[in-house]
Design a protein around this ligand. Structure first.
Ligand code: ADP
Ligand code: MG
Length: 697
């Protein structure tokens, strides 16, 4: 086997490969285009395309594709082969410059939220040279953005790239105020920790709920779940270890900095974390990670579940988005520095994030709003649906002292005046004790813990970048006009803490008392997607996205439609799957079992006329009552699904799904799960929770 350094990035047309294979002028022209964001000149594109194709062919590739991230949240690819016919009936292998920089997939079958009605139906993909091309399954994948011909973004990548530009612009204004003339760019860095479940493939195949919806819609509570907490960091089972090993290899080949792996809290649950990278690359890599997890699992007779809540009563899966800001010189702006000035700068960036999170709680909640994640947020495992920031005791004490203009400790009044003398470095363990916070400062970065496991991190980071850019913009406006910079800086930090301290909460986010306290503080509590989504179109949010040119109002309206429609579709599919399972499998199974008990009883009485039949009688009575109940609940659910067709708008439909269909599904599930506990294993049509959760050995 190749060594890891040889393996790493072997399927990526990365910087080293570009240097090696491109003429110097071409390499430099590409670097320039990457830095400036300008379009690549045609000749450069042609030379680069040819070199990429030659390299790809050496690696066994026969096809290429523009790899993009439409609003479905998963990646899309349409493969074209390199072949080009010659006049004498043979073929040559070709990738033109145009083929590299632009593609025209048929846009009409991707969600556009009404954009297609108003604009040109066609869409095009454009190469994002900041993310390297790579080879996956004999296909050269070219990372691209996907837009309509009118320029409207049809994907998740374009707004992310725009938000990076907005953040860069505003962060540089701040750095210049601190006398930094060296830094040429500021970029967000992200390390997404990915949770997932593995279940045995043969068991998975037997459950239509898992196959069609990614989660179990039925399943009685198993005798053993996660109570003993014996799975967390436990030793990894051989089949899982083999899966993880192969996954690492596949991801390393693709240049993904896959670093840590361990078992999670729930049985069969695991986590993988990469080393952080620039956010657009981290986004691409997380998409590849999710795709590879699913593919590699199949090769080991396993299925990887990325759903936020595959099993009721067992922890769901999230994706912790660790986010920070780094300068072109490699300085982490969320790390306390070595001089008072650097520390004042650190505090200013920290305050920008506080202000941003407080003012745009709604957008952060919306950025993680999906039907699947609604099962997780607010349950006793994931952060609540209320957004708050935990800073740790030490940093909170420093901010409190600044706010009160009081010394943080007896000698430090003067130091505080200039924005704090030398701040302690905050070791991870002093800031990270609170695992219940949705948004935690962890020493040199923020960890946003609300995203669900299946979510593309593009949306979350588009919001984080944009709201931070906006806070920095207001800071820069104020400080650029100040006559006394130090005094203005001090006042700004103090006033920002005063205005936004309500968002700081270091306590237990799972505690019911916190929800009441959050309400007293005026923080938003938006438990479900239909509660949260309408905020997206509030004037302040439209002003935000349009001001920073991240999303136009039209694009926002289209995204609102897409997300709401997706919520409704997911719930419809779940409801229909439940009905199908109940009608075709569950009710017949329970009846068959009751019939078998009755037949047993007849036989018994024929042999012994006065035999006691308490067990059979009782079981048949209970099962019959439950079958009737489940049948009635199924009828109610069916009626609810039919009635949903009468709703007028997507908002009404989403509310109907939340208020009528989901409760009807819940009621049906209760009856069915109880039936499961009373039915013999041989008669029950599905693998149980115990089997599913302990199947990966
Ligand atoms: P935990 O599980 O305790 O939250 P991990 O070490 O598993 O911590 O994950 C931390 C994640 O944060 C990793 O993906 C890591 O690369 C990432 N990270 C570390 N520093 C930064 C940074 N400056 N910017 C963004 N992400 C970071
Ligand atoms: Mg974490």
């Amino acid at each position: 086997m190749e060594s890891v350094p040889e393996l790493f990035g072997s399927m990526v047309f990365n910087d080293a490969r570009m240097r090696e294979r491109l003429p110097r002028e071409t390499y430099e022209a590409i670097q320039k285009a990457i830095r400036s964001g300008e379009r690549l000149p045609n000749e450069t594109a042609a030379v680069c395309a040819n070199a990429m194709k030659d390299w790809a062919i050496e690696k066994g590739a026969t096809h290429f594709t523009h790899w993009f991230q439409p609003m479905t949240g998963i990646t899309a690819e349409k493969h074209d082969s390199f072949i080009k016919p010659t006049e004498d009936g043979r073929v040559i292998m070709e990738l033109s410059g145009k083929g590299l920089v632009q593609g025209e997939p048929d846009a009409s079958s991707f969600p556009s939220g009404g954009l297609r009605a108003t604009f040109e139906a066609r869409g095009y993909t454009a190469w994002d040279p900041t993310s390297y091309a790579f080879i996956k399954e004999n296909t050269l994948c070219i990372p691209t953005a996907f837009c309509a011909y009118g320029g409207e973004a049809l994907d998740k990548k374009t707004p992310l790239l725009r938000s990076m530009q907005a953040l860069n612009r505003q962060a540089l204004r701040i750095l210049r105020l601190f006398g930094d003339i060296q830094t040429v760019s500021v970029k967000p860095t992200v390390g997404p920790e990915q949770e997932y479940f593995l279940v045995d493939r043969a068991l998975y195949e037997k459950r239509r709920d898992l196959r069609f919806t990614g989660r179990t819609l039925f399943g009685a509570k198993p005798p053993k779940g996660q109570e003993l907490e014996d799975h967390y960091f436990g030793s990894i089972k051989p089949r899982v270890a083999a899966f993880m090993q192969e996954l690492d290899t596949e991801l390393w080949k693709l240049g993904v900095l896959d670093k840590t792996r361990h078992n999670e809290v729930a049985p069969s649950q695991h986590e993988l974390a990469p080393i952080f990278s620039t956010v657009n690359i981290a986004t691409d890599h997380n998409q590849l990670t999710m795709e590879m997890m699913q593919k590699v699992a199949l090769r080991h007779g396993l299925v990887c579940l990325l759903h936020e809540k595959p099993f009721a009563g067992v922890n769901g899966s999230g994706k912790h988005n660790n986010w920070s800001l780094v300068t072109s010189g490699g300085v982490n702006l969320l790390e306390p520095g070595d001089t008072p000035y650097e520390n004042a700068q650190f505090l200013l960036f920290l305050c920008a994030v506080l202000k941003a999170v407080d003012e745009y709680q709604d957008l952060l909640r919306i950025s993680v709003a999906t039907a699947g994640n609604d099962h997780r947020l607010g349950a006793n495992e994931a952060p609540p649906a209320v957004v708050s920031v935990s800073l740790g005791e030490e940093l909170t004490a420093i901010l409190t002292a600044i706010e009160a203009e009081a010394p943080y400790d007896a000698h430090e009044l003067e130091m505080i005046k200039v924005g704090v003398h030398v701040l302690p470095r905050f070791p991870k363990d002093t800031t990270d004790r609170n695992r219940t916070s949705p948004f935690a400062f962890t020493g040199n970065k923020f960890e946003f813990r609300m995203p669900g496991s299946s979510l593309s991190i593009a949306g979350v980071n588009t919001v984080l970048n944009t709201i931070t850019a906006e806070a920095l913009r207001t800071f820069a406006d104020e400080l650029e006009n100040a006559s006394d910079f130090t005094a203005a800086l001090h006042a700004l930090i103090r006033d920002t803490v005063r205005a936004h301290k309500r968002i700081i909460f270091n306590g237990n986010g799972y505690d019911a008392a916190w929800i009441a306290e959050a309400e007293r503080r005026g923080l938003l509590n938006l438990p479900t997607t239909p509660d949260a989504m309408p905020y997206f179109l509030h004037a302040k949010n439209i002003a935000l996205f349009t001001r920073h040119r991240v999303l136009s109002e039209t694009e926002m309206r289209s995204r609102y439609e897409i997300l709401m429609e997706n919520y409704c579709k997911v719930i419809h599919i779940e409801a229909l799957t439940m009905l199908d399972m109940v009608n075709k499998d569950v009710l017949p199974a329970a009846s068959a079992y009751a019939g078998k008990l009755a037949a047993d009883m007849d036989k018994k009485l024929a042999a012994v006329p006065d035999a006691a039949c308490g067990y059979e009688t009782e079981r048949i009575r209970n099962l019959s009552a439950l079958t009737d109940d489940a049948y009635a609940k199924a009828v109610l659910l069916q009626n609810a699904v039919s009635a949903s067709r009468e709703t007028q708008s997507v908002g009404d439909l989403a509310a109907f799904c939340r208020d009528t269909i989901l409760p009807a599904m819940h009621a049906l599930r209760i009856a069915v799960d109880e039936m499961e506990t009373l039915t013999a294993k041989a008669y029950w049509p599905y693998p149980s929770y115990s089997e599913l959760l302990f199947s990966e050995e």
